[in-house]
Write a protein that binds this ligand. Sequence first.
Ligand code: FAD
Length: 383
Amino acid sequence: MAENKDEVVVIGGGLVGSLAACLLAKRGYKVQLYEKRKDIRKNTLHTGKSINLALSNRARRALKIVDLEEDVLASTVHMKGRYIHEISGNDYFLPYDPVHKQNLYSINRNRLNSLLLTASEDKFNAEIFFEYELVNADLKKGILRFRNLQSHEIIEKTSKLIIGADGAHSSLRNVIQQQQRFSFSQKYIEHGYVELIIKPNKGKLLDMNAFHLWPRRTFLMIAIPNPDSSFTVTLFMSFDKFEKLHNSKLYLEFFEENFPDAINLLGINQIIEELPLKKPRYLVSIYCYPYHFEDKFVLIGDAAHAMVPFYGQGMNAGFEDCTILNQLLDLYNDDFAKVIENFTKVRNEDARSICDLAMYNYKEMSNYTLNKSFRLRKSLDEF
Ligand code: FAD
């Protein structure tokens, strides 16, 4: 670890903020991380977005910088390709990258977040303040105001570099948005999602080392493996369709018609008792420009470029932001003003493209996978 440099503040201790804290603390900065939630390591209840995530090479590169790649990979399940489940009950496997062998790895969100938070504290000496919510900021004076959610006291904080990693509904971005010439747009898609679980005894019926996909044109279901042989299942469907399926009988008929092979995997009780009670969650895509404000504030991760999950790259792209920040800190000798200005320059267009690709894959996975995967399967067979 390098020796004491300046103090930096990271807002948000989710996946990207906790990795940024590791990286900056490893460079020798005195890192203070402020997170509005309670410490997830003390709270076993899952709250928030998807239970598990597909981690790709983008993320591995960032984890390597903080020497955490091996620790993280030890908690993953290797996914070598996609299993497509047709409505007829046929299924077949499509390898991800037979040429370069770049595979995906499934990891539990809380496990990964906990690992990064612990590393930031124990390995790199970052300081974490849980239950502190950024409520506003004076950008010109460089002052952040956090509310302690226990005592309701407001504290003020200033720092040479302030990183907003506070997610799709970023409070820091909301403040920056009030400034002139800041562009922002968001799009909620018509699809929402609910999560289900295939228990380990049934999970053993599926190939563990694959991402499973049931494409059905206007909706789709996926299943991602967990190390205990269970699978996290996500059903993506329009909010209208969810609303129409408002009771157990309708849900069962829907599964019989569209996912007959999944009834045994999920268990009939989950479909008729639990599914009708679940409230679908929304999906949003966010574009903004620039990612920085003057010489002090910068947005990374979902705060800068939240995307729909159909390309499985939201976290991976957020981790790549950390890799790029690290490269720019090297390149500009830790001159923050140059680093964050160039972060916008080198990152904005690429991140926009990943958001676009994710939106495209939303259509691809539900509408076209059937046709395209069939063609690809044929060509692989022929190969
Ligand atoms: P977040 O995870 O949202 O973390 C932000 C943190 O900031 C939170 O801890 C929050 O409590 C805190 N915070 C918010 N406001 C404040 C405030 N005012 N003050 C202090 N703290 C604050 N990505 C992949 O790469 N692969 C996948 O397979 C994948 N699957 C997904 C499946 C689904 C269903 C969804 C919805 C997303 C998926 N993603 C996936 C995307 C991924 O979840 C996000 O890109 C990732 O969580 C972004 O991390 P983040 O740290 O930027 O934001």
